[in-house]
Design a binder for this molecule. Structure first.
Ligand code: PHE
Length: 438
């Protein structure tokens, strides 16, 4: 459970959620996201844990083994393979963003944020993005941190550290909220995030809210499945899932509230994009009493949260190589991290030297972010749900999930009908193939 929580809580909560909510019109995004997380995310997380624990192996072999067990084609393993690929793609830009946190950790400790104004915060972040060398150093450091843990295959120590680090992250977010309440505009932030405005719910907001639910809960690429394979029998899958999903959502909402309080107090734009956190929180840390310590602690804890997530991005690919080839774990992790590191170089350059390069109007960073969250993860989730709903034997599932009849029926309905249909409708709706709803 701690590993899954570590995987779920990360940059998705602190960095991505606020910026996506800002771009998606606030409450419109938040409400759809909550619905997606609860109705699609929770049942799917249970499914992934269940598939992992039953198969006891990496996502590729897991899907093949379970499909054969159900008398179906081993080609279902392609779903696992797609997940592994998606994980490496995500890691490439995830690591660059984690590098931002490392850089700001150093800045904070050395007093680089002291007394910073909103304009300075914006300018400084822009200057940072325009410095690919600096981005690359931190990106490389973070990839190395990830490889060191994955290569050893001992995540135990880290997971235990989670027990202290995650509540500490929660505590520091509350400190930030306190700052937001006193110096910021928390009333407007709360209104922006929660007062329903259905007119802002557009097909693309719905898609990005669904994508965010997958991203933040680590679903659709086999990370949770892989951790499920390490889960002891007898531990309740449903309880684990609820605890993780609740903790993950709370961290995201706290971060969002803190950030938007600062946004509105300083007349910043909520829709500032991926840099939103880096343009707002330094203002708080640079101007609150004890801000250096609080800021350093914050960036340290976020780095830690990102670390336990990046490990889960690399673990499925590494486990697959180590279990299927003669490569050792060290060699496997280097082989899988290599492409992520290389692609990350392109991501880092996409903010400056390679700015002009775009596909469908998106630069490399935005393209990878969009492609993975909004397409690959939901597609993986759709296939995983369909597999559990239509291929796997019901008896095996109920045996593994250990739910009462009512809960099992609800879970089964979701993976069989509700989730696949919802995901397909959201895909079709955004492509305009369907009469527009919302
Ligand atoms: N859930 C992680 C986060 O919110 C990111 C992640 C996505 C990790 C997919 C694993 C798989 O930061």
């Amino acid at each position: 459970m701690l590993a899954t929580a570590g995987s779920a809580i990360g940059l998705g909560n602190v960095w991505k959620f606020p910026y996506m909510a800002g771009e998606g019109g606030g409450s419109a995004f938040v409400l759809v996201y909550l619905a997606c997380a609860g109705l699609v995310g929770v049942p799917l997380m249970m499914t992934e844990i269940m598939l992992g624990r039953r198969s006891q192996c990496n996502p590729v072999n897991a899907m093949a083994r379970l499909a054969r067990e159900a008398g179906s084609s081993a080609r279902w393993s392609a779903v696992g393979a797609m997940g592994i690929f998606t994980g490496v793609l995500i890691l490439s830009f995830y690591s660059v963003v984690a590098g931002w946190m490392l850089d700001y950790l150093v800045r904070c400790v050395t007093g680089g944020l002291d007394g910073i104004t909103a304009e300075q915060a914006q300018a400084r972040f822009a200057g940072f993005l325009a410095d690919p060398r600096r981005l690359l150093v931190w990106h490389s450091v973070f990839i190395a941190m990830t490889v060191i843990v994955v290569a050893r295959g001992v995540t135990q120590g880290l997971e235990r550290a989670n027990m202290i680090m995650m509540p500490a992250l929660g505590a520091i977010l509350i400190v930030l909220l306190g700052y937001g309440a006193v110096e910021g505009n928390m009333g407007r932030a709360a209104k922006f995030m929660f007062s329903p405005d259905f007119s802002k719910i557009t097909p693309s907001v719905v898609l990005s809210a669904m994508g965010q639910a997958f991203f933040t809960l680590s679903l659709g690429m086999g990370a949770v499945m892989t951790y499920g394979s390490y889960l002891q029998r007898g531990v309740s899958i449903a309880r684990t899932t609820f605890a993780v999903a609740a903790a993950d959502t709370i961290v995201a909402l706290l971060a969002g509230l803190a950030i938007f309080s600062i946004v509105f107090a300083h007349g910043l734009a909520p829709a500032s994009g991926p840099g939103l956190v880096m343009q707002t929180l330094p203002i708080a840390f640079g101007n609150m009493p004890g801000g250096r310590v609080a800021g350093a602690l914050f960036f340290l804890l976020v780095t830690f949260a990102a670390w336990t997530s990046s490990i889960s991005l690399l673990e499925p690919a590494t486990a697959w190589l180590a279990e299927n080839t003669r490569l050792s774990r060290v060699q496997s992790s280097l082989t899988t991290a290599g492409p992520a590191w290389l692609l990350g170089i392109a991501v880092a350059l996409s903010f400056s030297d390679w700015k002009g390069f775009s596909v469908f109007g998106l630069g490399i960073f935005d393209l990878l972010d969009y492609l993975t969250s909004n397409i690959l993860l939901p597609l993986g989730g759709l296939l995983i749900a369909a597999f559990a709903g239509w291929v796997m034997r019901e008896a095996h599932e109920s045996d593994e999930l250990g739910l009462n009849a009512l809960a099992f029926g609800a879970w089964r309905f979701t993976v069989r009908y509700f989730s696949p249909v919802a995901i397909i409708l959201i895909f079709l709706n955004v492509t305009g193939l369907l009469p527009r709803f919302g």
